[in-house]
Design a protein around this ligand. Structure first.
Ligand SMILES: [Zn+2]
Length: 368
């Protein structure tokens, strides 16, 4: 058998008083576990140090089973802890020398490591593959929806530099009632289709940050744009409630187009709080229908139409459509920012029908 050369490790100053054999014994005692570290230290008349420092002073051991294929020298193993050594590595080129005899296992292991690395990158709040910069010029071209999105994330988590927003931190917040709809609306901002806004880092020009925090001129929006966004948020909040109530009763929601049509009309005369009442009653009726007929699809399909029918029927009997509370469906950040900071109408955004009149007579509104 060919004898491959070995590379002698340097001896740490801490162990300089010991002979080569004694160092070898110290290492054996260290991994042997029969003696406490302090006993080993005493035995060899060494200075008292912590175990974590002690382990670092031990020279690597020669691992004759593996030779670096490049440098043709015997590999080393480092000491990690008591009874634990590193994988063999080459003392010359530093390469880890892991010997995989099973290539499938090796591939699996590599895939696993790669996945773990990706996962770690994903979880690291400071690692971003993509960034979005919002200059003053870009900001002016954005829709009111996108501006309100930026306003709410700035208000929530802008860093102390008044510039950086780490998107991953937004995972902790509810930005918008229907998350899927949010991503769609942010494509013009620079979010790639199919991506999530929390995967991005946002760099927002300081002047823009200040404008978003102040919100003085209502971010340059017209009353018409404000009313439109009110409708968008109202619909999303109702849809969230509808989906939640249906799922609670084990119904599936699959009626986006119908919802859009029916609720656009409902919001001409009703508030979000009132649609909660209509939804609650309609889902309860659907449950009764399901109990009678046993037809789930029919029952699911009846809910949205029942909301519209009830909205028409109640007034003819002189019955009020009561306001419900938000309860478990707590208000999203965008909704808070829009109603409290931008419109400054607070809960009236929830308890009132979205109308131009209310916006016009809103004391805080500057009519241009
Ligand atoms: Zn090597």
């Amino acid at each position: 058998m060919t004898k491959f050369p070995i590379v002698e490790p340097e001896v740490n100053d801490y162990l300089k008083s010991l002979s080569k054999e004694e160092i070898h014994e110290v290492i054996n005692h260290f991994h042997g576990r029969k003696l406490k570290i302090n006993q080993i230290i005493e035995m060899y008349k060494l200075e008292k140090i912590s175990i974590s420092t002690f382990v670092k002073t031990l020279p690597p051991v020669q691992h004759h089973d593996l030779i670096c294929p490049e440098c043709k020298v015997v590999s080393w193993k480092n000491h990690l802890a008591r009874n634990s050594k590193s994988v063999p590595f080459c003392p010359k080129c530093g390469e880890d020398l892991i010997c995989y005899f099973n290539s499938i296992e090796y591939q699996r292991k590599m895939e696993f490591l790669k996945e773990r690395e990706l996962w770690q990158q994903k979880m690291d709040p400071d690692y971003y593959e993509q960034e979005i910069s919002v200059t003053k010029e870009k900001f002016e071209t954005l829709s009111l929806f996108q501006k309100v999105f930026l306003g709410s994330i700035v208000q929530a988590i802008v860093e102390d530099d008044l510039f950086t927003i780490k998107g991953k931190l937004l995972k902790e917040f509810k930005l918008f009632p229907i998350p899927e709809e949010l991503n769609e609306q942010l494509i013009e901002l620079g979010i790639t289709e199919g991506d999530d806004f929390t995967e991005y880092k946002y760099n927002i020009e300081k002047d823009v940050t200040k404008e978003l925090l102040n919100c003085d001129n209502k971010l340059g929006s017209t009353l018409k744009q404000q009313l439109e966004l009110w409708h968008v948020i109202a619909k999303a909040e109702s849809k969230e409630y509808l989906i939640g109530e249906m799922e609670y009763s084990n119904f599936r929601y699959h009626h986006d187009n119908k919802f859009e049509e029916v609720f656009s009309i409902l919001f001409q005369n009703h508030s979000v709080a009132q649609t909660f009442h209509l939804i609650n009653k309609s889902v309860a009726d659907a449950c009764k229908l399901y109990a009678q007929r046993g037809n789930r699809y029919l029952s699911e399909n009846s809910v949205i139409g029942a909301c519209a029918r009830m909205a028409d029927y109640y007034p003819t009997r002189g019955w009020p459509i009561l306001n419900y509370e938000r309860r478990k469906y707590h208000q999203s950040l965008m909704s808070q920012y829009f109603f409290n900071r931008l419109l400054k109408i607070g809960n009236r955004g929830f308890y009132n029908t979205p109308t131009l009149e209310l916006l016009l007579h809103n004391n805080f509104n500057i009519i241009e």
